[in-house]
Design a protein around this ligand. Sequence first.
Ligand SMILES: [Zn+2]
Length: 207
Amino acid sequence: MKNQLDHATIRLDTTIIPGGYWGGLIAKGQYLRIIDLDGQQAVDFLCYDAHNPKNRYNAANTIKIAGNIYLNKGSILWSEAADHLATITDDTCGLHDTIYGCCSKEVNMVRYGEAAPACRENFLAALKKYNLGARDIVSNVNFFMNVSVGPNGELTICEGLSKPGDYVELRAERDLITVLSNCPQKFNPCSGFNPSPVRVLIYSLKE
Ligand SMILES: [Zn+2]
């Protein structure tokens, strides 16, 4: 672990088991780093203005303001009211998905004939302590998920690009409620067909 972590005050350092979830507050100016420990592991992510959760991450605004469906270093996560929620300040993977949404037991049943554990249920569990629920789940970010778009709009979930130890780092531009699901999906390549742990760090930089 290099660079600005040498000058950071660590607020949280935790490992999320395969298929697990996490939710927490990140104060304005603090950083969140998600580390894909074994590589090729999708992490589904949502964030909300902590003081007004209705002002939440908005995928369409994020895509249209950037003019791009992929996230990487320098990308901004925009809210429903076009406020700047977070900035991707570092990224060693280079490509993250905004369009594919999360897996759910219901969609797993339709696509794969089995209601296997899924990110939507993880989001619901993580949101509960903030009194948020199903109506607060919107189209989410999929960190480390590689979705390609063909010339006629064909979508393919491709093998993940992240190598063991790759990370993405965000700076909160407002106080945020954040939730993430370490995707339990085993029927497509988003988790390398073998869900693996990720590490989550929250830190602030010393003045
Ligand atoms: Zn999932």
